[in-house]
Design a protein around this ligand. Structure first.
Ligand SMILES: C[S@@+](CC[C@H](N)C(=O)[O-])C[C@H]1O[C@@H](n2cnc3c(N)ncnc32)[C@H](O)[C@@H]1O
Length: 222
């Protein structure tokens, strides 16, 4: 068993303060901008897990959720601080620092969309993260989970060693099955390429259906 010496929190607290943070935005935005059209306009609640420097939540708060409320969470307080600064004049953006697996929104709030780019494999368990997201979705709400670290992307396999931090490696089928096991429906997957040579970002998308066993559930209940 390989031993790693750093937590994701300490890695990203450092990255928030050097050149990595800008590189991360520039590296991820070309894929994320192709994924955001999968998010519909809404006056409800958007949650982004692992916001980094906030380029994604800032965009969504000015576009699809300009009439809604956007919540962002990051385990790195330095990343959360960067996003809070970036979105200071966006009154519909609310930033929290904390671990998604332990986080509870105020007053049992639920979300219409939960989005995450390059985050879930840092969790102690990807499956627990998917189940947590499911529990925070409204009926009819969508989870969009994006990763570049996955089994079919061989180039990504060196990342845990390079960052000296643990990452859980799943393949495309495992993400699909993980969504299914959590109870998500209408599951689809796509590889989003930034250029023809790019292995691509794996997007898995699923809906918390408002129907169970053919019965309509009461809206707003879990
Ligand atoms: C590779 S970065 C991606 C940041 C951003 N989503 C982007 O596209 O650039 C991963 C982010 O997830 C955050 N993160 C890792 N584990 C987390 C956890 N358990 N809860 C919340 N955020 C977490 C890290 O602090 C970091 O900001």
């Amino acid at each position: 068993m390989i031993e790693y010496n750093r937590t994701a929190q300490s890695v990203f607290d450092d990255w928030a303060q050097d050149y990595h943070v800008e590189g991360m935005e520039n590296g991820h935005w070309p894929a994320v901008r192709q994924i955001f059209p999968h998010i519909a306009e809404s006056n409800g609640n958007y949650l982004e897990v692992g916001i980094g420097n906030g380029y994604g939540i800032s965009h969504i708060a000015q576009n699809q959720y300009k009439h809604g409320q956007c919540y962002g969470l990051d385990i790195s307080s330095e990343m959360a601080a960067l996003t809070a600064k970036r979105t200071a004049d966006q009154s519909n953006v609310h930033i929290h620092a904390g671990d998604f697996l332990k986080w509870q929104p105020a007053q049992g709030q639920l979300f219409d969309t939960i989005f995450s780019m390059e985050v879930f494999y840092y969790f102690a368990s990807i499956q627990s993260g998917i189940e947590k997201a499911f529990s925070l979705l409204k009926y009819g709400g969508k989870l969009l989970l994006c990763v570049n670290f996955y089994e079919e992307n061989a180039e990504s396999h060196s990342w845990p060693g390079e960052l000296d931090t643990p990452m859980e490696l799943w393949n495309r089928q495992q993400y699909f099955e993980g969504f299914k096991q959590a109870g998500l429906k209408n599951i689809t997957q796509k590889i989003i390429k930034k250029n023809p040579d790019d292995a691509g970002t794996l997007l898995t998308l699923g809906v918390k259906s408002d129907r169970k066993d053919g019965q309509c559930q009461v809206k707003g209940t879990r």
